[in-house]
Design a protein around this ligand. Structure first.
Ligand SMILES: [Zn+2]
Length: 385
């Protein structure tokens, strides 16, 4: 049994749920849940099979060491315990709600007017936790290596914990932590074993993901505290508005992609962070936007409306490029590929390689693997035989 200590600190509050959805502490399960979500998406993204944990049929069979999917093999399933233990410590505390004004029963409401004058877009929040957090993983070395890579990936391009759709979970690792190469190694093996990719069947797949970042110019009242939350809600409202043409032929797509509470509740597949400052980047403010667009959206046009997944990607990209609800505040920044071309990505070595393109769409299993190797470069001396 080995252990790994990983210290990180929050850039936007982290949320991990709890009894009645109020957080009295940070829950390990919330961290593990998001690491599992990413690993499943990556496994599916390279053509492998990962079950839907909310409806899993994975059942370990001792006789032939089979019956469980790649994700269950690490994170556990019926008859097969999780391959690691996680304990949390640190001085993170509940974020202050002193500034928050509008409370509706047990949550705070943040609203911005819709651009079509059709009412408001609202988000309801409970406070998350901010500050330093230490994760202590215990398990077999190769499994811990995989977890380190997963955590590095999530801190670099995604969000950790729950409620990433409403701004939670941007974190930065405090000490230098080198990628191990284990994640790429396992995914390559999975890709190799599945000559014919398994259909992800409507479940999140890295091959259907995009990852983007929007740079904000200084306007303190729009990036800090309550103003920052409103900016996040504004970007969400803008995203909805590009999926609200007149006549409204994209209602089904809008609800499937950005969530709805009408009828059967659907949660958003697009995550929008609050504005945050990248450490070591001269005080610049950034927002992270990432998510997935189900490939099934590319089915034939739905009677009376609909959009292919490519059209959906294009609309999201268009929205981010022109996010100008606060004139002069925002402009598009390159994201995650090709480190060194411009902007934020050049200054912080912990950030990702920047790109000559505006954002990253992973597109297919080759895209997933190629991007992963770029994002998690293994130090040379560790790969030398
Ligand atoms: Zn499974």
């Amino acid at each position: 049994m080995e252990t790994r200590l990983i210290k990180f600190t929050t850039l936007t509050p982290i949320f991990t749920g709890g009894v009645d959805q109020d957080m009295e502490r940070i829950h390990e399960t919330g961290i593990i849940g998001s690491l599992r979500w990413w690993y499943e998406a990556l496994v599916r993204g390279v053509g492998g099979y990962a079950c839907d944990p909310s409806n899993s049929s994975c059942l370990y069979s001792v006789e032939d060491d089979s019956g469980i999917c790649e994700a269950c093999r690490l994170f556990g399933a019926t008859g097969w315990r999780r391959r690691f233990r996680l304990t949390l410590s640190g001085a993170a505390q509940a974020e202050s709600t002193a500034e928050w004004r509008t409370r509706r029963r047990d949550a705070w409401q943040f609203s911005v007017p819709r651009c079509d004058a059709g009412g408001d877009t609202s988000v309801y929040l409970r406070p998350g936790f901010t500050g330093p957090i230490t994760l202590r993983f215990a398990g077999k070395g190769c499994d811990l290596d995989l977890l380190v890579d997963l955590l590095l990936l999530v801190t670099r391009v995604g969000s950790l914990g729950a409620r990433c759709q409403v701004g939670f979970g941007i974190v930065t690792i405090e000490e230098h932590l080198a990628p191990t190469g284990e994640l790429a190694k396992r995914l390559k093996k999975i890709a190799h074993a599945h000559a014919v990719p398994v259909d992800p069947a409507g479940r999140p797949s890295a091959a259907d993901m995009f990852l983007a970042r929007v740079a904000l110019s200084e306007a303190r009242h729009k990036v800090e505290g309550e103003g920052g939350i409103e900016t996040m809600v504004q970007l969400k409202a803008d995203l909805r508005s590009v999926f609200r043409p007149s006549p409204d032929t994209l209602r089904t797509v809008r609800h499937a992609l950005l969530g709805t509470v009408e009828g059967e509740r659907i949660s958003s597949k697009v995550n929008v962070s609050r504005p945050y400052q990248v450490p070591g980047d001269g005080g610049n403010w950034t927002m992270r936007v990432w998510g997935w667009v189900p490939a099934s959206m590319s089915a034939e046009p739905i009677a009376g409306g609909g959009a292919t997944s490519l059209e959906v990607f294009n609309r999201i990209e268009m929205c981010l490029k022109t996010f100008k609800s606060y004139p002069g505040l925002c402009n598009w920044l390159d994201l995650l590929a090709n480190m060194g071309t411009q902007g934020l990505a050049t200054k912080d070595p912990k950030l990702l390689p920047a790109a000559s393109i505006d954002w990253v769409r992973l597109k297919d299993r080759d895209g997933v693997l190629a991007q992963l190797v770029k994002w998690l470069p293994v130090p040379q001396r560790e790969t030398a035989q």
